[in-house]
Design a protein around this ligand. Sequence first.
Ligand SMILES: [Zn+2]
Length: 248
Amino acid sequence: MLNKKDQETYSWQMDLPGFGEREQTILKNTTALVTRVGGLGGPVAQSLVAAGIGKIILAHKGDLRRDDLNRQILMSSKWIGRPRVNCATLTLNNFNEDIEIISHNDNVNEDNIDAIISGADIVFSCAPLFSERFVLNNACIKSIIPLVDCSMYAMEGRVIPIVPGASQCLRCIYPDEPTHWKRKFPVMGAVSALVAQIGVIEGIKILTNFMPPNIGSMIAIDANEPSIEKIKLAHKNINCKTCNSISP
Ligand SMILES: [Zn+2]
């Protein structure tokens, strides 16, 4: 149930067609896992908090560096050397004191994912590495949790909303890790933030169904043109080693 403070805080959002107290209450009762709090995950977490998500789990290993500051908008130049998840938690709680935040100073891997994902209703993958994206994909398929896979490179981005059993999974699209993918790549913070916002909007659609979510599609964002294109994906890959045991 929404209290008076919630009703005032989210009154502009609840003016959206199809989005009322029911949808806002769903967000309040939702726990979202956001992996990494960098150029993509930072704005994802920020917009989820602003939208009124009840609880957020953050996972990102390591301390803030100066070369993070062109894109990691939850940080501060005064906090270089501090753990990024602590900085993100401080910024998010400063924005909205009612949001519960659990932080892990670690990146997801096969050993820790079960503990980190515990209690999550939806996952936003904002990891730069395919190894992490695959770990999240496996965990979401296994636990039947929706996954919004967000990725970007230079002036382009991709958002893939995945609902286990109802859409392709990440392994259907990428059976193997692309060999050309590198850890460091060009990023303009405005582009990673743009991709993040599309991911949050798709996640809110999946959670509340206030508009039909784009399940079964990949959203391709090109900041050069600019364009946002919805690319319909083929049916599930029957040879997919991750999701082929899930029906239909
Ligand atoms: Zn699959």
